[in-house]
Design a protein around this ligand. Structure first.
Ligand SMILES: Nc1ncnc2c1ncn2[C@@H]1O[C@H](COP(=O)(O)OP(=O)(O)OP(=O)(O)O)[C@@H](O)[C@H]1O
Ligand SMILES: [Mg+2]
Length: 356
């Protein structure tokens, strides 16, 4: 394990509630982990705790098996071997690219330093910009300088706090791919912070979803999207239809007002138990004759996908569903449609509390 957080709690002076409460997770060798959650949920606080810029009130930070922070121990940031990339890049305006990157090096050997800086310039592809000052670089280029500066000391881990939020949409996608490529090439594990769910899904090996200072769920992007077990994850990471149901007597089906559906996933509920279920809008297939029938109430065309609000209301119950369909289907408001459910997009979720 590169870094391990064990039961970390952090309460800022004068704060009534902890910013981070009993949080535990680990980053493995070569892994890209993302902390994902709404504003104020404690993401930056966790990065600062790992870097040594904050002390935990309880719990431990362990790096490569050595204690960095615990009740009886404290290792300052400069001795932790962690690189940081901040949202605003924090470059020195009066230094050129080369000197910005060189800044973090403590080694006195000039030749070695020059060689290392050159290696970083090549790694991030800034060979033709090495003598420019930050003001003469684009946002994406400044970002690459910040990354090179974080990597030049061969850190055991890089921490990146919302590194793409200052870039426009197109550049953001490109920089995401580039930064991940550079981290993979240098085999440096990383912890990203973001509140952008699509970004988290696309760059991470593992996602830790936070809410209100606590972990709601941790898993691979596929687990987080397809198998949300926390109600908050179902609605914060992507969208979801949340409905009530009952677990069938065989324990392998759920009975809902939409019908009875196979439940192939593991769980620890008892047959007959009332449950809340989440169905992703991607879990429906438009078919000629399917068990779920309704009328299209609203259509939102989004290019690669079309969002439909389907009204299933009949005399017995009232229900609307959000459904994604492929844009190849030409449908109109008021059309009668029917769907089948793909079972792997249906999960049982825990209690649904309002997000804080
Ligand atoms: N230095 C501080 N002193 C007091 N309270 C703080 C301090 N820094 C953060 N907080 C509080 O701790 C909580 C968590 O803040 P944090 O900055 O970790 O959230 P975040 O998830 O990074 O949010 P954002 O997405 O807005 O950056 C918030 O309620 C915030 O107001
Ligand atoms: Mg933050």
């Amino acid at each position: 394990m590169i870094v391990e957080l064990k039961n970390i709690t952090k309460i800022y002076a004068d704060a009534k509630v902890p910013a981070v409460k009993n949080v535990s997770f680990g980053v493995q060798e070569g892994e890209i982990l993302t902390l994902l959650g709404p504003s104020g949920c404690g993401k930056t606080t966790l990065l600062r705790l790992i870097a040594g810029l904050e002390r935990p009130d309880s719990g431990q930070v362990i790096m490569q098996g050595k204690k960095m922070a615990a009740s009886n121990c404290w290792v300052p940031p400069e001795n932790r071997g962690v690189g940081m990339v901040f949202q605003d890049y924090a470059l020195f305006p009066h230094l050129n690219v080369r000197d910005n990157i060189r800044f973090g090096l403590k080694n006195k050997d000039k030749t070695k330093n020059n060689q290392k800086v050159q290696e970083m310039i090549e790694l991030v592809g800034l060979e033709s910009h090495a003598d420019k000052n930050p003001a003469d670089l684009s946002g994406g280029q400044q970002q690459r300088v910040a990354l090179a500066r974080a990597l030049v000391t061969d850190p055991i881990l890089v921490l990146l706090d919302e590194p793409f939020s200052n870039l426009d949409m197109n550049l953001r996608e490109k920089m995401r791919r580039e930064v991940v490529h550079i981290l993979r090439k240098s085999e440096t594990p990383a912890v990203f912070v973001t509140h952008d769910q699509e970004e988290a899904l696309s760059i991470s090996d593992k996602i830790v979803v936070m809410n209100n200072g606590q972990i709601e769920q941790a898993g691979t992007p596929r687990e987080i999207y397809e198998l949300p077990i926390a109600c908050f994850v179902a609605s914060f990471v992507g969208q979801s239809n949340i409905l009530g149901g009952t677990l069938g007597d065989d324990g392998k089906s759920v009975i809902t007002e939409l019908g009875t559906f196979a439940y192939p996933h593991e769980h620890n509920r008892k047959p007959g138990e009332d449950v809340m279920i989440s169905i992703r809008p991607d879990g429906f297939e438009l078919v000629e004759e399917g068990p779920i029938k309704g009328i299209i109430k609203e259509i939102a065309y989004k290019g690669g996908v079309v969002d439909l609000i389907i009204d299933l209301t009949n005399k017995d119950f009232h229900q609307e569903l959000l459904v994604h369909i492929h844009p190849k289907y030409r449908v109109e408001e008021g059309d009668k449609v029917s769907f089948e459910l793909l079972p792997h997009f249906l999960t049982m979720v825990g209690e649904c509390k309002p997000a804080i």
